[in-house]
Design a protein around this ligand. Structure first.
Ligand SMILES: *Cc1c(COP(=O)(O)O)cnc(C)c1O
Length: 617
């Protein structure tokens, strides 16, 4: 899980590293077309710059008002070559900062590659001339009969093959035409457009010096716009900015290192889930609304039948919890919260802020909710109409007895609302069989989607009757329910389109894995390896095993230092989570997301190495 870094920089030749302004080919093209009776401007000659020269001739021919035969093209090409070979060696001046920059790149162990639009015969002259002046890339290749030129990526891939680079994202393409940028994008490497002395700018040094400042900056802005439109990752004035670009790319590569998040969410997600976000979608489009509807139906059917509806809501899980409490209870209805952790407490704040009539029972954080106490409370207080609790308290990892709590509350005829945020799609929740009225969960927990979407699964009858309950317009579940169901998959306000597409894919992945049985099995296995492995090192869960969920576990930190442990594990690609208990030092490990028993075994090994080191020190 080493962070990636740039291993090769692949430069274009004329206009990028040699031949300021890329003038060598221009006269050749003009002469070539003159030989078949056409006067073309320098601008026309320059327009297709970067692609292979024969394709370049064809591209110019396509700009003419008359059709040109293939025979004429070949004749023009011969004339072009004659002119070019006569002058090419006079156009091999090394551009500014090229020698210093390539030397500095090599000093960092970065290979210098190259691609070009010239033919191999032309390159022979250019390479020799550049070498005389001290510039020699480690690899050069030119388009020929076997290897298509730009915008095809093959020349770059030949560089990568030569250097033994597996991931194109560890290479950068630098060029002075939009064809260079397209070649780089097609090869999947990073791309840099260079402005000064480029073919795109098309000016000699003297012309640049003679231009009024405003005029020059206008021309440069046009070059920038062309590179930007082509999709360049970076645009620089000159070669002396390249080292800074490499630093920035390396920083981004290290941020993107394939880390395993052992946290309660957001989680490590699959490539396909993130990739699904690459489509930009309009919200009122029928195709998009159909995706929304399919997500709503699939989530409902994970645990319920058609008497229930799923109401998606923008925002993290707390938004759904707050909407559930505020919309599915009427104003003077007395709510009883059962609290044994931070997420339970958060619900009290929500109810307090909306001036609900509520009370709560508070329990030890490392113990499950006590059925006996709940029974006594419900027996004594008939004014209570609704019971609300968290299924798996992510604060500690305690699993509350969902069935027993629900059955008891139901036996008193109470409404039951559940925060099933961290357990949904990991535990079997028989919402219908238990007659649960509503539960809240989110996209970025065990469904292994991305943050930004939450949802409430509720009885349709309850939703239908919730019309004017909400004190908040944005969190009005009823209104959102109308849009999603009566409106055929319509969000009321801007929908997090990319996150929704990712959730669609995450549900596909869930099904592909084998649904709940397979996912649960993987999580249980992950959890077992963690607890057993760390147990051997004397690091133990603080919750008794019979109350411990297989999603997230709080461990006793003992004499270990959290920050040192955190950094040691991070350097090996694992991100852990601090504990939330005030009574003792702890840390938490989630074992959900795109993580596997082999990852858990690696983590245990990494902790062991840290423990050994810190004991030795
Ligand atoms: C994650 C989670 C939430 C939602 O928290 P957000 O910070 O809004 O994502 C609520 N309840 C539980 C039990 C959770 O695990």
């Amino acid at each position: 899980m080493m962070a990636k870094s740039i291993k090769a920089v692949i430069f274009d030749w004329a206009g990028t590293t040699v031949d300021y302004g890329c003038f060598a080919p221009i006269k050749g093209f003009v002469d070539g077309f003159k030989s078949i009776g056409f006067d073309i401007t320098n601008e026309m000659a320059r327009k297709p710059m970067g692609i292979s020269k024969i394709e370049h001739i064809r591209a110019i021919a396509a700009m003419l008002s008359e059709p040109i035969t293939e025979k004429q093209i070949l004749r023009a090409y011969d004339a072009f070559e004659n002119t070019l070979f006569a002058s090419i060696e006079r156009h091999c001046d090394i551009k500014d900062y090229v020698l210093q920059t390539t030397e500095a790149l090599r000093a960092r162990g970065i290979k210098i590659g190259s691609t070009t639009g010239y033919t191999p015969a032309m390159m022979e002259r250019v390479i020799a001339k550049a070498a005389e002046q001290g510039y020699s890339p480690d690899f050069s290749i030119a388009p020929d009969k076997r290897i298509k030129g730009r915008p095809y990526p093959y020349m770059i891939w030949n560089n990568l093959m030569h250097f033994g680079i597996a991931d194109a994202r560890e290479s950068v393409k630098i060029g002075d035409t939009t064809a260079d940028i397209c070649e780089g994008k097609n090869a999947d490497c990073w791309t840099v457009g260079i402005i000064m002395g480029s073919s795109e700018l098309g000016l000699t040094r003297n012309e640049v010096a003679a231009l009024p400042v405003a005029e020059l900056s206008g021309r440069k802005a046009a070059v920038r716009a062309a590179y930007y439109k082509a999709g360049a990752d970076y645009i620089v004035d000159d070669m002396n900015e390249v080292l800074g670009v490499i630093d920035d790319i390396n920083r981004r590569l290290s941020l993107n290192a394939s880390r395993k998040l052992l946290t309660p969410g957001p989680l490590t997600t699959r490539y396909a889930v993130k990739h699904a976000m690459l489509t930009d979608h309009c919200t009122w489009d029928d195709e998009y609304k159909a995706v929304t509807t399919s997500v709503v139906n699939d989530i409902t059917h994970i645990c319920a039948g058609d008497d229930y509806a799923t109401v998606l809501l923008q925002g993290s899980g707390s938004y759904a919890v707050e909407a559930m409490i505020n919309c599915l209870c009427i104003e003077n209805e007395r709510i009883l919260f059962l609290v044994n952790g931070e997420y339970g407490k958060r619900m009290l704040t929500m109810a307090g802020n909306s001036h609900r009539d509520y009370e709560y029972l508070s329990f030890d954080m490392i113990q499950p909710i006590d059925i006996e106490m709940l029974n006594n409370k419900l027996k004594a207080d008939s004014a209570i109409s609704t019971v609300v609790f968290v299924h798996c308290e992510t604060t500690t990892g305690v699993l509350n007895p969902l069935k027993e709590i629900t059955r008891l509350a139901k036996s008193y005829g109470k409404k039951v609302l559940v925060d099933a945020m961290s357990s949904f799609a990991a535990y079997d929740i028989d919402i219908q069989g238990l007659d649960i009225d509503a539960l809240a969960a989110s996209s970025n927990k065990c469904l292994e989607g991305l943050p930004g979407l939450s949802f409430v699964i509720a009885k349709k009858k309850l939703l239908d009757g919730s019309r004017s309950n909400s004190l908040s317009h944005s969190l009005d579940l009823y209104d959102q329910y109308q849009g999603l169901y009566a409106g055929g998959g319509k969000f009321r306000f801007t929908s997090p389109t990319n996150v929704l597409l990712a959730l669609r894919q995450a549900i596909n992945e869930y099904k592909k894995e084998g649904g709940l049985p397979a996912r649960r099995m993987r999580y249980m296995e992950n959890h077992k390896i963690l607890v057993e492995g760390l147990g051997k090192l004397g690091i133990r869960p603080i919750v008794a095993s019979e109350h411990q969920s297989y999603i997230i576990t709080t461990f006793d930190l003992g004499s270990l230092d959290f920050h040192a442990l955190y950094e040691a594990l991070k350097s090996k690609g694992f991100i852990i989570y601090p504990g939330k208990l005030t009574s003792m030092p702890t840390f938490r490990l989630g074992n959900i997301g795109d993580v596997y028993p082999s990852d858990m075994a690696e983590l245990v090994k990494a902790v062991e190495e840290y423990v050994c080191l810190s004991q030795a020190g």
